[in-house]
Design a protein around this ligand. Structure first.
Ligand SMILES: [Cu+2]
Length: 217
């Protein structure tokens, strides 16, 4: 499922909608071998900007379908709620494990839930969890070790993930210095943040040392 619009059309629409002090930021993320890196989480933190992120107004849904988490990677703001829905005909026992930041004293608090298989009648089993801790979480299933997913919880209102072309675009990013952090579920170490100066239109490339695992077909 790839929806491509021409960059020019997108840019024209974007520039028309931004205010004078905010810009458009495009981040191109590449893997260790120089290929577009898909599903990389990109967090932009404008320096000195106190704007806080508001939680998503509605639960962000992550389905379990055909032994996969869909979407495989989600980025949400802190205080948002995730809704896990099992659309398979068998049980899943979903778990979310927080990664990193342990050195800063955060407790290793995760979550788990058992969701019964869907008989095909009525609503599928579903449960919500409040994401009140910032950082990356690895999703898995106690019953099916091949199931992998990730949720990144951020305090920045400016965030996204790269598409099939390894591209993430944001509008309304405050102009001026900003710090970009890239996170990927298959990374081995945290990469150093990248400093940029956001202008009316900023395109920046971020090469990484990440080699993504092959996805199951
Ligand atoms: Cu499962």
């Amino acid at each position: 499922m790839t929806h491509r619009i021409s960059f020019t059309a997108w840019l024209a629409a974007s520039l028309a909608s931004v205010t004078a002090s905010a810009g458009v930021l495009q981040v191109d993320v590449s893997s260790r071998d120089g290929q577009p890196l898909v599903d990389a989480v990109v967090i932009v933190e404008p320096v000195g900007n106190p704007k806080a992120a508001s939680p998503a107004s509605a639960p962000v849904t992550i389905d379990q379908q055909r032994m996969q988490f869909i979407p495989a990677v989600a980025v949400v703001t802190r205080g948002s709620t995730l809704r896990f829905t099992n659309r398979d005909g068998w049980d899943h026992h979903v778990r979310g494990i927080p990664l990193g930041n342990l050195a800063q004293g955060d407790s290793a608090r995760g979550f788990e839930m058992r969701l019964a298989g869907h008989s095909g009648q009525g609503e599928p089993a579903s449960q919500t969890v409040l994401m009140d801790r910032a950082g990356p979480f690895q999703l898995g299933c106690h019953l099916h070790s091949s199931m992998r997913g990730a949720v990144f919880v951020t305090d920045s209102p400016w965030h996204g993930k790269t598409d099939a072309q390894g591209v993430m675009r944001l509008q309304d990013v405050p102009e001026g210095p900003a710090r970009i952090r890239v996170w990927h579920a298959d990374q081995l170490v945290d990469a150093a943040p990248v400093d940029v100066t956001v202008q009316a239109l900023t395109v920046t490339s971020i090469p990484t040392q990440i080699t993504p695992r092959r996805r199951r077909p």
